[in-house]
Design a protein around this ligand. Structure first.
Ligand SMILES: *Cc1c(COP(=O)(O)O)cnc(C)c1O
Length: 471
């Protein structure tokens, strides 16, 4: 095979990564500009592979969001470690189909080991089954598919053969602060929004035992409870030691959304937030967020391997089964699939057990410094004190008699100005009725200098805002 395209890709990748610190964090290219470069007539004849890659890199210029930048703090996306990017290249070069052991022995084995390491690192039951999914969304789907099978089986209904039509209805109780990927996973599973009962949270963003107890007592039948391990705005962790036994006493299955928060378990400083979480029935998290594996790599773990396997497994005559070997198709929703455990395996080896904990601690300390530093700027206000790696600040309109709407508008303007400046990037969110800038730190590249440079960039945007000058 001609290697020149691979060599060109390595060259372009190196150049991109070398300049990620000086590039705009936001994507400066407009949609029109990108379309003009990409939407060209598709030629009847092909091109040399290296030319395709050179053209691709040139046309993509400025259209990438700097998610790998040390100063990217929007949403919760996560960076990438050198070994994880390189491992992903190898996965593409090998083009393995990780559907069964027979189609890729090495993918099956690496998945088995990476999964075992993650269960151990996250202190989940060693006997739990697991799956590497595209992300936390599909990890929810996987965990909740097992939950659906399990809670219906307990009332004598086999969803695998009988389907959902005519089945006893499933109740789902979940926090008002849940990530709505949970709702979407439920929808895929035939559980509609009317079957979802939203539990109100207290002042700290948590479900209290009284609220859960009341909700459980209001109904009966097959029940699933969804709890948060780190919500998007304030990294709220529900009180598992009381909530999980309560749910179990009512026969409910407990599913945890820990897309990034599950990794708090690896840190001595933050582990207490997650105490009791190991009592749950299924857990969903991401390797592509805080473990700094490239998109897309999620992870689901299930306490009840039989339910998990029943929900996913299938057999066809062309399968070749190897005794004792892991067939990924028994645990994952896809058929043909990318060997996505290699990135997680590489990240765990590059960081080591202590390195993961240090990353969690470091990013959390950086979040604290960033949120406190931003809140100390003139006209800024702390909205939610940093917890773990998340925090909220807002920017007040300094005019006399400024209204809540003026403060909201100024906050949005400041976010927009900072993002347009290209030095750093933040998201905006409405939290308890007010607009706020959300700060999320989940990148191994972020360092103290990035934090200081970001605070300075926001300070400049504040003084550039015309309303900011009037007093
Ligand atoms: C990102 C996120 C999700 C969705 O995960 P994907 O990996 O994007 O599918 C779910 N829950 C929380 C708390 C998240 O941060």
């Amino acid at each position: 095979m001609d290697h020149s395209a691979l060599d060109r890709a390595a060259w372009h990748a190196r150049r991109y990564l070398d300049h990620v610190d000086t590039r705009s964090v936001a994507a400066p290219a407009t949609r029109d500009a990108l379309l003009a470069r990409f939407d060209i007539p598709l030629g009847a004849e092909g091109l040399p592979a290296a030319r395709v890659i050179d053209d691709l890199a040139a046309a993509a210029e400025g259209g990438q969001l700097g998610t790998g930048s040390a100063r990217f703090f929007a949403w919760v996306i996560g960076g990438a470690l050198p070994s994880t990017i390189a491992a992903e290249w190898l996965v593409s070069a090998w083009d393995q189909n990780a559907v069964i052991y027979a189609t890729s022995p090495v993918s099956s084995v690496v998945e088995e080991v990476a999964g075992k390491w993650l269960l151990d690192l996250l202190r989940l039951p060693a006997t739990a089954s697991f799956a590497f999914t595209t992300g936390c969304q599909m990890a929810h789907f996987t965990g909740l598919a097992a939950a659906r099978d399990h809670v219906l089986r307990a009332v004598g209904w086999d969803v695998g053969t009988q389907g959902l039509a005519g089945s006893p209805p499933i109740r789902v109780l979940a926090s008002e602060l849940r990530h709505v990927s949970l709702d979407r996973a439920l929808r895929y599973l035939g559980i509609g929004s009317r079957q979802l009962e939203i539990l109100p949270v207290d002042g700290d963003g948590l479900i209290t035992p009284r609220v859960l107890e009341g909700a459980l007592a209001r109904g009966n039948g097959p029940t699933i409870v969804g709890l948060n391990a780190g919500d998007l705005n304030t990294a709220a962790f529900d009180p598992y030691p009381t909530l999980i036994p309560l749910a179990h006493a009512h026969g409910a299955w407990v599913h945890i959304d820990g897309a990034f928060g599950l990794f708090a378990r690896t840190s001595e400083r933050f582990a207490a937030l997650t105490d009791g979480m190991e009592l749950a029935d299924s857990w969903a998290t991401d390797c592509h967020k805080w473990l700094n594996v490239p998109q897309d790599c999620g992870f689901a773990a299930v306490r009840h391997p039989e339910a998990h396997r029943r929900a996913m497994t299938i057999h066809d005559s062309y399968f070749v089964s190897e005794q004792a070997a892991r067939d990924p198709i028994d645990w994952t929703p896809e058929w043909s699939r990318r060997a996505r455990a290699f990135g997680a395996y590489a990240a765990l080896r590059e960081l080591g057990r202590d390195g993961v904990a240090r990353l969690i601690d470091r990013n959390s300390a950086q979040c604290e410094a960033l949120v406190r530093g931003l809140a100390a700027l003139p006209g800024a206000e702390l909205v939610a004190a940093p917890r773990l790696n998340q925090g909220l600040v807002r920017f007040l309109d300094p005019r006399l008699g400024a209204t809540a709407a003026d403060h909201d508008a100024r906050t949005d303007r400041v976010i927009e100005t900072v993002n347009r400046g290209g030095e750093a990037m933040f998201g905006g969110v409405t939290w308890r009725g007010r607009r706020a800038m959300r700060v999320c730190v989940v990148n191994s590249q972020t360092d103290e200098a990035a934090v200081q440079r970001t605070i300075a960039a926001v300070a400049r945007s504040l003084s550039a805002d015309p309303e900011g000058h009037r007093h």
